[in-house]
Design a protein around this ligand. Structure first.
Ligand code: UD1
Ligand code: UDP
Length: 373
């Protein structure tokens, strides 16, 4: 029997975290020839994940440039993939989620009439400018994909509503749970001494991240000022904020939060360290997509610094609240969770709408069933 040739393409930290368990399993499978191409839309933040999951890419487009525009990424990925696809002629290209790497890799495969499998398909906020450009990237990728791996029933319904044929959609759970279950451990010891020294019982540790393009400018200023105010008002609060390597964000974070006591601005964390920090946190404050899926599994209240979410499952589960980007609202919502035990307990309930850690196995089974070699 001819082996199924699968070319997996990804480029940023979240894609790498969520594709890593799948790549590990593809590589172990006897009936699959797995090839990995990273675009390196992110460099350092991608390499940290590749190291953790022992992935050595076959191709590395190495496209990251500081301050790169979305158009720069688009052109470099499209051109870079052309030759690789021509040479490798895989049976299918796998992409993940909603970054510019995702959309452009799908387009490059389509141009050569190569099938596309979209992992984490069907998430929708309903607003093409929020998250920007991710909502459009997802929609465009859905138009180009031949198989849609939808994490949840809601994602499946979103695709049906847009006219995708139900027989081309498989509900698999989210591979982020596969990754999370692999790294989170009770009694985890951090490599970073500062994180080991914190008393997580006495302190209320808020883990924060913030990077979305639609929050650049005034919304991000509001978010940072709100956090500074909360810390000023609550002496038992410590904030750990691993700051994204995007220079826009680092500058602003340093300007507004750099001098606040009990706010630790640190470098992006290795995934194993970060996931275990989430597991010890009191609450999570973020505009990230992936963290909205991890927090419910860990039973951590999560306040989302955005005006809408494409992850309504976690809102229904009760762990997640979308609180917007006004300073007043953020301060009020965080202080509610710091002071009202009943509200806190209601939100700190472990529930896992995103899967059982077997999403990668389901995806591989579907690939083998559906693609003839
Ligand atoms: C990208 C994705 C976004 C995803 C996010 C995850 C697009 C348009 N955006 O946004 O969907 O949620 O990744 O983090 O696809 N940088 C480094 N080293 C790194 C990573 C980034 O120095 O390892 C700096 C570079 O200066 C780079 C900048 O951050 O130019 C922005 O990176 P980019 O990939 O363009 O956008 P993100 O905001 O990271
Ligand atoms: N993450 C990490 N180190 C950090 C911050 C986040 O490993 O310092 C992980 C986090 O657990 C999640 C993913 O990175 O799995 C989210 O990435 P990001 O917020 O950059 O992108 P998004 O999910 O918003 O697309």
């Amino acid at each position: 029997m001819k082996r199924l040739k699968v070319l997996t393409v990804f480029g940023t930290r979240p894609e790498a975290i969520k594709m890593a368990p799948l790549v590990n399993r593809l590589e172990q499978h006897n009936n699959i020839e797995s090839i990995v191409c990273v675009t390196a839309q992110h460099r350092e933040m991608l390499d940290m994940v590749l190291d953790l999951f022992n992935i050595a890419p076959d191709y590395d487009l190495n496209i990251m440039k500081h301050g790169q525009s979305i158009s720069d990424i688009t052109v470099a990925v499209l051109k870079g993939l052309e030759e690789i696809l021509l040479k490798e002629q895989p049976h299918i290209v796998l992409v993940h989620g909603d970054t510019t790497t995702t959309f452009v890799a799908s387009l490059a495969a389509f141009y050569q009439k190569i099938k596309v499998g979209h992992v984490e398909a069907g998430l929708r906020s309903g607003n093409i400018y929020s998250p920007y450009p991710e909502e459009m990237n997802r929609k465009l990728t859905s138009s180009l994909a031949n198989i849609h791996f939808a994490p949840t029933k809601e994602n499946y319904s979103n695709l049906l509503k847009e006219g995708v044929d139900g027989k081309n959609i498989c509900i698999t759970g989210n591979t982020v749970i596969d990754a999370l279950l692999q790294v989170v451990k009770d009694n985890y010891v951090f490599h970073n001494k500062m994180l080991n020294d914190i008393n997580y019982e006495d302190k209320k540790v808020i883990v924060m991240t913030c990077h979305r393009r639609e929050n650049w400018g005034e919304p991000m200023v509001n978010i940072f000022k709100a956090v500074a105010e909360v810390v000023e008002n609550n002496r038992d609060v410590e904030v750990i904020f691993p700051v994204h390597l995007n220079p826009h964000i680092r500058k602003l974070a340093q300007e507004i939060l750099g001098d606040s006591c009990r706010i630790h601005l640190i470098e992006p964390m290795e995934y194993e360290e970060f996931a275990n920090l989430l597991n010890k946190a009191y609450l999570i404050l973020t505009d990230s997509g992936g963290i909205q899926e991890e927090a419910p599994s860990l039973g951590k209240p999560i306040l989302v610094l955005r005006t809408e979410t494409e992850r309504p499952e976690a809102v229904k589960a009760g762990t997640l609240k979308v609180i917007g980007v006004s300073k007043k609202q953020i301060v009020e919502e965080v202080e509610n969770l710091l002071t009202d035990e009943i509200i806190y307990r209601q939100m700190a309930t472990a529930s896992n709408p995103y899967g059982d850690g077997k999403a990668s196995d389901r995806i591989i089974q579907e690939l083998l069933n559906r693609i003839s070699t």
